[in-house]
Design a protein around this ligand. Structure first.
Ligand code: IMP
Length: 429
């Protein structure tokens, strides 16, 4: 049995939480490897609903959770989330949660800069979550980030803050936003240190040992391929690589650790924030999808934009993301619709494309080329076998498989964990 990596195949919010939870129950360790508390995973277990942002979902199932070096960590958000889940009865301690000592921190100045820049962009805003994700990754690449391990070295912390503030206060002042004082930041970090450091360690060593002993590792991606900083709809993307390859570098393991790659896609498509969305629906069908699918962001509560399934986009995500099998979620939202459309390509200034080109203007101008399929009158809600699905629903799924050039290996038919049809066990593959 190998490892499994789960990534989003559209623009995020594909229902990863449920699938990760389902697979976490069969893994030994669950690892987050990129992103930060911009992610939002909702897990429904019995009559309890858990909302996770930064913590690996496996903790809900009592599995060891690891936050890798590829994640950007807001210590206040992390401690608040730990407190919230502990209040719901979960055991989260340094025995069950380990954090990479070389992971960069998100400080309040990152969120302040994120918001100030978004405000300055006006109508051209990216629609970020305002949590400081972009500025924190910028600092990492610029070699001035404060990392978890620095909390154990007050002098390092002090000199790094000088460099950080020189950069950030200059920018914040230029944008007309409030600046930060060093002493207040230093005091806050030193006060956080004893709470965070017990979780910190070189997680790569633990993961290497786990691999050597045959443990099953589940790598839990956040956001999705179309929000990848290289391969997504740039610049309307997040600031990390969300493709499967990142699972290795974001945890401190070699590429062979990634294992089987499962992509998650909704049976239709949604997006939050700005940016191109060729199959977006601005009519009553879009409203219906949003209402039936309860399409509001877990993190920001923003209304999600809704549209038809874009097979050209998901095919692209399959190729660049390394997706070997697709988990299709929320098929039941399409129940009872007379006809369904699937995007199969784009028309851009009179020219046909099978993929979304990289150019910003080309992406904005992309018109979807549709294929129309008959809907189904029966219900797929809660179906637990292929045989329980209406014939037209099976046709819809089969057509998606052909178009995206990847098998649908898992089908989710309601938020309940057991309402799942498994075609192929990714751990056994
Ligand atoms: P950032 O990650 O906060 O910088 O936001 C950049 C873009 O990614 C925005 O369009 C966000 O709405 C989007 N985004 C970030 N995290 C998520 C997520 O977990 N689900 C869906 N969209 C996300």
């Amino acid at each position: 049995m190998g490892n499994v990596t789960i990534i989003g195949a559209q623009w995020g919010d594909e229902g990863k939480g449920k699938v990760v939870d389902w697979l976490a129950s069969r893994a030994d360790i669950v690892v987050r490897f990129q992103g930060g508390h911009n992610a939002g995973h909702t897990l429904v277990v019995g009559n309890q609903t858990y909302k996770l942002s930064l913590l690996p979902s496996g903790l809900v199932r009592g599995k060891m959770g690891v936050i890798g070096n590829g994640v950007v960590i807001d210590p206040d958000a992390l401690l608040a989330e730990i407190g919230r889940l502990q209040a719901q009865g979960l055991v989260i301690s340094p025995e069950t949660l380990r954090i990479a000592d070389n992971a960069p921190l998100i400080l309040p100045l990152h969120a302040a800069l994120d918001r100030a820049r978004e405000a300055a962009r006006g109508v051209h805003k990216i629609g970020t979550t305002g949590r400081g994700i972009g500025p924190a990754y910028e600092d990492k690449v610029a070699r001035r980030a404060i990392r978890v391990c620095d909390l154990a070295e007050p002098e390092t912390l002090s000199s790094k803050l000088d460099e950080l503030l020189l950069h950030h206060n200059t920018l914040l002042a230029g944008l007309g936003a409030a600046t930060f004082e060093k002493q207040a930041l230093l005091d806050a970090l030193l006060a956080l240190a004893p709470q965070l450091l017990p979780y910190a360690e070189p997680v790569w060593e633990r993961l290497a040992a786990a691999r050597a002993s045959g443990a099953k590792i589940l790598f839990e991606g956040a956001q999705a391929v179309m929000l990848d900083v290289d391969h997504g709809t740039y610049p309307f993307v997040t600031s990390s690589n969300t493709v499967a390859g990142t699972a290795a570098s974001g945890a401190g393991l070699g590429p062979d650790a990634v294992g089987r790659v499962l992509g998650i896609a909704k049976a239709y498509c949604t997006r939050v924030g700005s940016g191109p969305f060729p199959t977006e629906l601005h009519d009553e069908t879009g409203t219906l999808l949003g209402e039936r699918g309860h399409e509001f962001g877990t993190v920001t509560g923003r209304k999600r934009r809704c549209g038809w399934f874009d097979a050209a986009l998901v095919r692209q995500a399959v190729k660049v993301g390394g997706i070997q099998g697709l988990a299709l979620t929320k098929l039941d939202v399409l129940d009872g619709m007379k006809e369904l459309k699937i995007g199969v390509g784009y028309l851009i200034k009179g020219e046909k494309f099978r993929h979304l080109p990289a150019g910003m203007a080309a992406q904005a101008a992309a018109l979807p080329i549709y294929e129309t399929l008959e809907g189904w009158s029966g219900s797929t809600r809660g179906a637990r076998s292929w045989a329980a699905l209406p014939a037209q629903a099976i046709k819809y799924v089969k057509r998606i498989e052909e178009l995206v050039e990847a098998p649908v290996t898992l089908l989710s038919t309601s938020p309940e964990r057991d309402d799942t049809i498994l075609m192929q066990d990714p751990f056994a593959a």
